[in-house]
Every structure is written in structure tokens, then in C-alpha cells.
Write a protein that binds this ligand. Structure first.
Ligand code: KIV
Ligand code: ZN
Length: 432
């Protein structure tokens, strides 16, 4: 990240930009194996979950939600495999989800028997519409459900003192809950757990369905944080979904509003339009010189694992890691890139037009950046011939050869290989 610096936003006349930008990575929690998995038409097998688990650990996640062990035998068995096969490194904490219901909480602790440390994540919905139309319960009743759930989580933990437990509570659909009521419910949960600054609980604020603009969601988060009495005893976690396409923006603004932790999935698989994409947020940070604390540097090794277990292809234009993101087709882009690359010095911060980061940092090759097709002007052909074949073409040759390159691209029906281009060049100037 030293190679990058914060994006310069030119000042507008008479306007002071608030100097708010992120300066460090959040605490990450991957929910690929739980929220991601529950969104799949064919949920993962235990073997697939193990494969994804290994990948998440390799990338560097320190908290991984592994599933809902009380919900199915497969999820239960997966938790047991991780624990019994000693697959959980000492610095990684597993997290499990459970509803605020006693028999489910009891079963969850059975699944976790013998774990060194775990986050027990209990939730119930607090949204207005669910209170009124689904549960037909009052605010007080829903709060009582949360409090009761918190008590069960705590009392079953006491029966398993051999493990270190961290408690997490989510007011599901936080974004569709009156924010002062969400504070009241979470405060009541904290009253049960009695966390301290040295032994914090996690309060996770979900946009279960993204139903507001990202700035409004961040306002809710800010209100929540500033009205929570013992904020220093809680890790404030954000769990956004992407229904309006703004899950990453909502997460970034929430961090600026004071949140500490982000839940999401790699490449954004999750219910409906997805969970917050950790890759995008992590790489956004990276491109501004912030160490994301995750090693995403070789997408060619981990993207196929995600695709295999989710059976979802990655869009070619997926931010940062899509196949096409470091390819320039238009001549003016190619020209600008060529000039910037020529002038980019190794000891200076990266500053190349149209390339927000050096593709090499994601193990992408420069060769893929410039292709010559019927759209590209003189610069594309010149770039390939210079880079690949060490031919330093004077300007008049670049101009002279451009129509030749375009003609062969048209004849080839699209993209011209570097070799075709070179052969055409040699032939055109009778250099052989
Ligand atoms: O989206 C959501 O609300 C969830 C919770 C259960 C945390 O996934
Ligand atoms: Zn979710």
C-alpha cells in the first residue's frame, strides 16, 4: 500500500471538503459460509465448506461465521469437523448464528463443544413491519425476546467454561427499525451480558434489506453509536446487503460514522442482490494506501474457489478483480496509459491514468492491459510493438501504421494478437 496515496479530490471554490477518510482497515468478519451459503440454490456440501474455509483462512480472515449449526445436521457436522480435525488456527475465531430460541441455543453449544474460542451470534428481528405484521407483537415483547435470548446465550456459555466465548447480538433489519428503539433493545442486551472495554460484546447492525440510501444508513449508525451508553464496551459491526446496489458505500460511510467491524462476503454472494463485497471494500482501501489486512493479491488462486463452491461466475467487470478491468480498448485510454506507464517512476506513488492500481499487485499482467482491436488508435499498436518487440517507433510511423492495424483487426473480426500485429508490421515495411 505504500505505493498508493489517498485520492486527491480537487477543492471546489468556496467549499471546504470535510476531511473525512478512512485510515485503517476495519475488523473483518466473513459470512461466506453462512449468509453466502444460505443464498445458494444448492447449499455447499461439508467438503465444499471445508475448501472455502481453508481459503478464507489463507486470505487472512480472523473471524469466520461458519454457519447455523442448530439449523441442520450438515451445518452441525461442519462445526464438528473443524473442531475435531483441529482446523481452526489459534488466531482465528469461528462465529455461529442462532435465533433467540432456547433449544437452538442449546444445540449450538453442543456443536461447539471443545472449541477454543467462538462468537455466539444471536439475533431476532426488530423491524416495525415484522413486529406488526409477522410477529404481531409489541415493542416490549420483541425487546423481551432479545433479552431472553441474551440470557440463554450467557447461561449455556457458563456450562462450557472450557471455551472462550464472545457474544454478538443483531437486531435483524436494524435499518428498518426505529433507531432509538434499536438502541433500547441493544442496551437491554448489554445489561444482561455486562461487557466491559476489556471484554467487549459485538453489536451487529444489519441492513437486512437495503432500503435507504447509504448516507441515511450511516446516519442511523451514527445515531446508534452516539446514543449507546457504554459504547466502549461494544464492538460496533455493520452487515449490509446490496438491494439498492450500495452495500459497499453504506459500509464505508458507516465506518466513517464510527463503526469498527464489517461483515460481508468475498465477491458479494448473499441473499437476493448479495452481501457487502469484502473484496471491493478491501481493495478500495488498498488503492488509497491503507493495508486491508487481507491478502487478496492472487485472485487467480482464490476467485476460482469461490466460483466453484457458489457456482456463480464473476462478472468480467467486477471491481478490481474482473477479467476485463485492466484492459483498455479505446485509443485515447491506451495512449494515456502508455504515456503514464513510461513516466511512472518506481519510487513514486502510483499515478497512471485509467489504472487506479498497478495490475501487477493483483498478479495481473501488463500484457493484458493494451489490446489492439478495430477501435484502438495508433497508440495501441505502438504500445504493443514497443513493449513486446522493443521497437521504438517514431511518431510518423505510429500514425502511418495505425490504419494497417485497424484493417487487420477488422479482417480478424476483433482482437489482434501481438504476433499478428508484429507480422503485419514487418510485412508492411518489408523488413524481412
Ligand atoms: O441480514 C441479516 O440481517 C442477517 C442477520 C441474521 C445478521 O444475516
Ligand atoms: Zn445478512
Amino acid at each position: 500500500p505504500e505505493k498508493y496515496r489517498p485520492t486527491i479530490t480537487p477543492d471546489l471554490p468556496n467549499r471546504q471538503w470535510p476531511n473525512q477518510r478512512l485510515t485503517q482497515a476495519p475488523i473483518w468478519a466473513s459470512v461466506d459460509l453462512r449468509d453466502g451459503n444460505q443464498a445458494l440454490a444448492n447449499p455447499m456440501t461439508v467438503e465444499q465448506k471445508l475448501k472455502l474455509w481453508d481459503q478464507l483462512v489463507a486470505i487472512g480472515f480472523k473471524t469466520i461465521e461458519i454457519g447455523f449449526p442448530a439449523a441442520s445436521q450438515l451445518e452441525f457436522d461442519f462445526a464438528r469437523r473443524l473442531i475435531e480435525e483441529n482446523r481452526i488456527p489459534d488466531d482465528v475465531t469461528v462465529q455461529v448464528l442462532v435465533q433467540a430460541r432456547e433449544h437452538l441455543i442449546k444445540r449450538t453449544y453442543e456443536a461447539l463443544q471443545g472449541v477454543k474460542q467462538a462468537v455466539v451470534h444471536v439475533y431476532n428481528t426488530t423491524s416495525t413491519v415484522q413486529r406488526e405484521k409477522v410477529f404481531c407483537k409489541s415493542k416490549a415483547d420483541i425487546k423481551a425476546m432479545a433479552v431472553q435470548g441474551a440470557k440463554w446465550v450467557q447461561s449455556y456459555a457458563k456450562e462450557h467454561p472450557e471455551s472462550n466465548w464472545v457474544f454478538q447480538y443483531s437486531p435483524e433489519s436494524f435499518s428498518q427499525t426505529e433507531t432509538d428503539y434499536a438502541v433500547e433493545v441493544c442496551q437491554a442486551v448489554m445489561d444482561v451480558w455486562q461487557p466491559t472495554p476489556d471484554n467487549r460484546c459485538i453489536l451487529n447492525l444489519p441492513a437486512t434489506v437495503e432500503s435507504t440510501s447509504p448516507n441515511r444508513f450511516a446516519d442511523q449508525v451514527e445515531y446508534f453509536i452516539t446514543h449507546l451508553k457504554n459504547r466502549e464496551s461494544a464492538i460496533i459491526s455493520i452487515h449490509t446487503h446490496n438491494d439498492r446496489g450500495c452495500a459497499v458505500a453504506a459500509a464505508e460511510l458507516s465506518l466513517l460514522a464510527g463503526a469498527d467491524r464489517i461483515e460481508g462476503t468475498l465477491l458479494g454472494n448473499g441473499e437476493r442482490t448479495g452481501n457487502m463485497d469484502i473484496v471491493t471494500l478491501a481493495m478500495n482501501l488498498y488503492s488509497e494506501g491503507i493495508d486491508p489486512q487481507l491478502n487478496l493479491s492472487n485472485p487467480d488462486s482464490w476467485v476460482p474457489v469461490i466460483e466453484e463452491v457458489t457456482k456463480i461466475d464473476t462478472h468480467v467487470r467486477h471491481p478490481w478483480v474482473g477479467e476485463a478491468v485492466y484492459t483498455a480498448y479505446s485509443g485515447s485510454h491506451q495512449d494515456a496509459i502508455r504515456k503514464c506507464l513510461m513516466r511512472q517512476k518506481d519510487d513514486e506513488p502510483w499515478n497512471v491514468a485509467y489504472l487506479p492500481i498497478d495490475p501487477k499487485d493483483l498478479n495481473r499482467s501488463y500484457e493484458a492491459i493494451i489490446r489492439v482491436n478495430s477501435q484502438s488508435g495508433k497508440a495501441g499498436a505502438a504500445f504493443v510493438l514497443t513493449q513486446e518487440y522493443d521497437l521504438n517507433l517514431p511518431k510518423w510511423v505510429q500514425q502511418d501504421f495505425a490504419p494497417v492495424a485497424q484493417t487487420i483487426a477488422e479482417q480478424a473480426g476483433g482482437i489482434v494478437s501481438h504476433q499478428m500485429l508484429y507480422d503485419a508490421f514487418i510485412q508492411h515495411y518489408r523488413l524481412d
